[in-house]
Design a protein around this ligand. Structure first.
Ligand code: TXA
Ligand code: MG
Length: 349
């Protein structure tokens, strides 16, 4: 299959005269899969009502079929068809954070969406992305759009159209190139089907931000220790985002990290390090990759997937990474870094 590429300008706030997006919407109505930008990462969209369309998503990504998809909508009016009555908590979250990087798990209505979207669960994940191109595509298609991140299963999520093509060229009908994404990490997934709201996946909206709106928010205990219980979000049990070379998370001073690097290089290994602007000049390694600014963790989130992906174009045998405080967006950053590292840590003491 030849993958079509369309280029759009994100600064245009109405796309009503964009013939490219008409074409994209038409392909979605014909049950083809198309990748498009959102404010978090690129999504791989398909008609959420069609088994045939949704099957193509799993096929293109090589995604395990027990991992359900997020349904993307452009207007809150689309909810009525899809889910049962909303709790007060769900209503507050929707009012406050949509459109935006928050996915809410709700009780689905039967027989509306393809069973493949929800992987047999009685709930469905829904989000309204804060991106003019994504919203316009969904509006024009007049459908709920199932869209996982547009990477091959296991790879870092794509934050640029070039990443999508690296993984999926020839496997999907097309990709809409709207430039780099903003947040850089996926949406926060919050379960609103129980009495207490619970974060199943940390992401673009922080726990602290959620708590300002709905009071105490819980974190799925399996995220902290997946040996105790099974994650409620099926996607969280898979390894992800890992570069080809092993990644080690290092808790310690820059001098300690440099010692680790020197030690491996003496043994003839080529060493990469994930550093920040603040520490750019302190390491002598074969590859020093700068992943944003420690003093502004949003910039780390924004750059992380590109940093991880780029390591596969570099010749390194081992990668050491600085770590970040698990607060605010740091919680999501460390969740993704832990997966990339397969939970391998080195502590100074
Ligand atoms: O930012 C994002 O959320 C991006 C963009 C494209 O919108 N999408 C995304 O989708 O990250 P995906 O498929 O890569 O991740 C969806 C996550 C998975 O961890 C999945 O297991 C979880 O949401 N999920 C989906 N439906 C669920 C449900 N009914 N209950 C629990 N978890 C669910
Ligand atoms: Mg994903």
């Amino acid at each position: 299959m030849k993958t079509i590429q369309w280029f759009v300008d994100n600064n245009v706030d109405t796309f009503s005269s964009h013939p490219q997006l008409e074409e994209v919407a038409k392909l979605l109505q014909e049950n083809e899969v198309v990748a498009f930008p959102t404010e978090t990462v690129y999504g791989l969209g398909a008609n959420a009502k069609s088994d045939a369309a949704v099957a193509k998503i799993y096929e293109a990504k090589g995604r395990p079929s027990d991992n359900p998809l997020i349904v993307h909508i452009a207007e809150t009016g689309q909810l009525e068809e899809l889910v049962e009555d909303l709790s007060e908590t769900a209503k507050k979250l929707i009012d406050h954070f949509w459109p935006g990087p928050l996915t809410i798990i709700l009780k689905r209505k039967p027989n509306v969406l393809s069973e493949k979207v929800t992987a047999g669960l009685e709930t469905v994940a829904i989000r309204m992305p804060d991106h003019p191109v994504a919203l316009e595509i969904i509006r024009k298609a007049q459908l709920p759009i199932a869209a996982p991140s547009a990477n091959s299963s296991g790879k870092p999520s794509p934050t640029a159209a070039t990443h999508v093509l690296e993984d999926l060229n020839g496997r999907i009908a097309g990709v809409v190139d709207g430039g780099g994404t903003g947040v850089g990490l996926e949406s926060t997934v919050v379960d609103c089907t129980q009495e207490k709201p619970m974060i199943l996946r940390p992401g673009g909206v922080t726990k602290e931000e959620l708590e300002k709106v709905v009071g105490e928010v819980f974190i799925d205990p399996a995220l902290e220790n997946d040996k105790i219980s099974r994650p409620k979000s099926p996607g969280m049990k898979y390894t992800h985002y890992a570069p080809n070379a092993p990644v080690y998370l290092v808790e310690g001073t820059t001098a300690f990290i440099q010692e680790l690097i020197a030690n491996k290089r003496e043994k003839g290994l080529r060493v990469g390090v994930i550093a920040t602007e603040e520490t750019e000049n302190v390491y002598q390694a074969d590859v020093v990759s700068i992943c944003g600014q420690r003093s502004d963790l949003k910039t780390v989130a924004h750059t992380l997937y590109d940093t991880l992906r780029e390591f596969n174009n570099k010749d390194v045998d081992i990668i050491f990474s600085e770590v970040f405080p698990q607060e605010g967006i740091g919680l999501a950053i460390m969740n993704r870094l832990e997966k990339a590292a397969g939970h391998r840590w080195i502590h100074q003491h």
